[in-house]
Design a protein around this ligand. Structure first.
Ligand SMILES: Nc1ncnc2c1ncn2[C@@H]1O[C@H](COP(=O)(O)OP(=O)(O)OP(=O)(O)O)[C@@H](O)[C@H]1O
Length: 214
């Protein structure tokens, strides 16, 4: 389980939040919301161990991320707001590479993962530079299906997706939570989370609770 303990984060000379206590429980979805520059991506990077807290701690199963090392990387699937695909490779080739590099137990083969994200064979067989923005997003999200990961951290995963793509992603999230996984994501899309029972993390509220500059 990931936990922020009295965590503070400054960026660009500005305090984004301070003293945040947060536990990401198994089977739960957390949705970070806030305007541009509010700190949503920074919060995910802090959770991923890509940024260090300026005060307090971020822990995985009770161990600070800096110490948790490979155990944490194997449990984590982080998808940034960029698609992260190599444009000269096909979607399947990208996924083969991602699966080989990932730490967790393999779950699904890359072609099947592409198909589950609604990419047809023609889309999967051409270099990613020829795909549309929504197709690129789908190919990037297919990485969620490749390897077992207890914690998904997803930055703007609904961006560029049409209604069918959004429904697919919701289904993937529901299946992940149903397996006891945890997910935290950022979004600008207002949606009814329904059965997913998302818990909101409102960046403005975190900042207001602290207030002031770094
Ligand atoms: N590499 C960086 N160096 C310094 N400051 C940064 C850096 N990246 C982001 N910031 C600052 O951190 C603050 C939060 O940025 P962040 O990207 O976390 O916001 P966000 O809520 O994800 O925004 P958006 O909705 O626009 O994606 C902003 O004030 C931004 O200028």
């Amino acid at each position: 389980m990931l936990a922020l303990r009295a965590a503070s984060l400054d960026r660009g000379g500005r305090r984004l939040f301070a003293g945040v206590e947060l536990r990401l429980e198994p089977g739960r979805l957390y949705v970070a919301t806030g305007g541009n520059g509010a700190g949503k991506t920074s919060l995910l990077k802090l959770m991923a161990g890509l940024l260090e807290p300026d005060a307090g701690a971020v822990e995985w199963d009770g161990v600070e991320l800096a110490e948790a090392g490979g155990g944490y990387r194997g449990a984590l699937m982080l998808l940034g707001h960029k698609h992260g695909l190599k444009l000269d490779l096909t979607a399947v080739e990208n996924l083969e590479l991602a699966q080989a590099l990932a730490g967790g137990r393999p779950l699904l083969d890359p072609a099947a993962a592409c198909a589950k994200l609604g990419l047809d064979e023609a889309a999967c067989a051409q270099p990613c530079r020829r795909l549309s923005a929504g197709q690129l997003r789908r190919a990037g999200l297919a990485r969620l299906l490749l390897n077992e990961a207890r914690l998904w951290l997803l930055d703007e995963p609904f961006a560029n997706l049409d209604a069918a793509g959004r429904a697919t992603l919701r289904q993937l999230l529901a299946e992940h939570l149903g397996r006891g996984g945890t997910a935290a994501l950022t979004t600008h899309v207002e949606m009814d989370w329904g059965d997913l029972a998302a818990e909101r993390i409102e960046l403005a509220a975190l900042a207001a609770a602290d207030g002031g500059d770094a």
